[in-house]
Design a protein around this ligand. Structure first.
Ligand SMILES: NC(=O)c1ccc[n+]([C@@H]2O[C@H](COP(=O)([O-])OP(=O)(O)OC[C@H]3O[C@@H](n4cnc5c(N)ncnc54)[C@H](OP(=O)(O)O)[C@@H]3O)[C@@H](O)[C@H]2O)c1
Length: 311
C-alpha cells in the first residue's frame, strides 16, 4: 500500500513511518535531531506530526530538520484534535502548521479524530479547498471507526477528494483495527499507518522489570494499557524475542507491519538508542509461524458480524 503515497519528487513512502510526537517534549532538540538522522539513514521517507503535539514544537523541529531533504520526504500532520472539524479550525490549523514547518505544501493532512458535531460536508469542503489550492497533497483520517471512515470517503468523493490515509491504533495487544479498519483500508485503497506499535512502550518489556516511561508518566496511557493480559503478553513477547535473538521492539513493530493488508506502522521513541530496535524492523521480516505465535498471545478480536461460526 506504500505506493499510494509519494513525496513531492516522487520518492515512495517507506515501509515504516517515523512519528515525532516526542519532539520538543520528552526528546529535546538534540535527541530529536539524532532520531531524525537515524530515521533518514535507515530509509524512512514518511514522517508524522500533529498540530497539537508539544504545543507546536514537534512541527517546528520537524520542519527545520526536514528542510534540507524536503522534496524527497512525505510530511504528514493533523488538524482538528481540538476545536471540532469545522472549516475555521481546519483552515486555521493548516495555515499554522504550514508556518511552523516553513513549508508551502503539507503532504498529508489528517483529521485527528472523528467529530460527531460538525457536518462532514463542511469538513470535506474545507479539505477540498486546501487540496485545490495546492496547500495539501493528501487527506487522511485518524481514530475513525470504519463506518465513520466509509461515510467520510463517500462525502469526500462528492468533492472529488480521496481519503488516502487512515491512522488507527494497532499493536499486539490492541487489535481492534484488524476487524474492520485494516480490511476497509485495503478495499478503499487507503494506506493504513497505525500508531503505537509498541503499545506506548509496553511491548519493550520494560514495565515487567519495574521500568518507568510513558505508562508510569501519562495517566491516559496507564489507563489504556492497564489490563493484566496486556502485561502478560508483553512478558511473553519478551521471552519469544530473547529466544529469537531479537529486541522485543523489533518483533512488535515487525508484527504490526506484517498484517496481510500491508500497513505502515509509525514508530517513535524519546532517544536514538530507544529508536534503534524499532528501526531494525525496516530490514526484518517476521516468519508466518512467528507472526501466528505472537498473534496467539492475546485473543483475536471478535468478527464484525455475529455469524462467528461461519468465519
Ligand atoms: N493519531 C493519533 O491519535 C496518535 C496517537 C499516538 C501516536 N501517534 C503517532 O504515532 C507515533 C508513534 O506512536 P507511539 O509513540 O505511541 O508509538 P510506540 O512505539 O507504541 O511508543 C513509543 C514509546 O515507547 C517507548 N519506547 C520506544 N522504544 C523503546 C525502547 N527501545 N526501550 C524502552 N522504551 C521504548 C518510548 O516511551 P517512554 O520512553 O516514554 O516510555 C517511546 O516514546 C507518534 O509519534 C505519533 O506520530 C498518533
Amino acid at each position: 500500500m506504500t505506493d499510494l503515497l509519494t513525496s513531492p519528487d516522487g520518492t515512495p513512502a517507506s515501509r515504516l513511518a517515523f512519528g515525532t510526537m516526542q519532539f520538543g517534549g520528552r526528546a529535546d532538540r538534540d535527541a530529536s535531531q539524532a532520531m531524525f538522522d537515524a530515521a533518514l539513514a535507515a530509509g524512512i521517507t514518511h514522517f508524522d506530526t500533529a498540530h497539537v503535539y508539544t504545543n507546536g514544537a514537534s512541527e517546528i523541529l520537524l520542519g527545520e530538520m526536514a528542510a534540507p531533504h524536503r522534496d524527497r520526504l512525505i510530511i504528514a500532520t493533523k488538524s482538528a484534535f481540538e476545536g471540532g472539524s469545522t472549516r475555521e479550525t481546519i483552515l486555521n490549523s493548516a495555515e499554522t502548521s504550514r508556518q511552523r514547518m516553513n513549508t508551502d505544501v503539507i503532504d498529508a493532512l489528517y483529521l485527528h479524530r472523528y467529530d460527531a458535531e460538525t457536518d462532514m460536508r463542511i469538513t470535506f469542503e474545507a479539505l477540498a479547498e486546501l487540496k485545490n489550492k495546492g496547500i495539501i497533497r493528501y487527506v487522511g483520517i485518524s481514530n475513525f471507526a470504519a463506518w465513520q471512515a466509509a461515510k467520510a470517503a463517500h462525502i469526500a468523493a462528492t468533492f472529488e477528494l480521496k481519503i488516502t490515509l487512515i491512522q488507527p491504533m494497532y499493536n499486539v495487544v490492541k487489535r481492534q483495527a484488524e476487524v474492520e479498519i485494516l480490511p476497509m483500508a485495503q478495499d478503499y485503497g487507503m494506506l493504513c499507518a497505525p500508531y503505537s506499535p509498541l503499545g506506548g512502550g509496553l511491548l519493550t518489556g520494560k514495565y515487567a522489570g519495574g521500568g518507568a516511561g510513558r505508562l508510569t508518566e501519562d495517566e491516559s496511557y496507564a489507563a489504556r494499557y492497564r489490563f493484566a493480559h496486556m502485561h502478560d503478553a508483553a512478558i511473553e513477547l519478551g521471552e519469544i524475542a530473547a529466544r529469537e535473538g531479537l529486541h522485543p521492539a523489533t518483533l512488535a513493530v515487525a508484527w504490526a507491519a506484517a498484517h496481510s493488508t500491508g500497513p505502515t506502522p509509525i514508530i517513535s521513541a524519546r532517544s536514538a538508542s530507544q529508536l534503534e530496535p524499532s528501526l531494525a524492523a525496516m530490514d526484518y521480516s517476521i516468519t508466518p509461524e512467528l507472526y501466528a505465535e505472537l498473534a496467539s498471545l492475546v485473543p483475536a478480536p471478535p468478527p464484525a458480524t455475529d455469524r462467528a461460526e461461519e468465519q
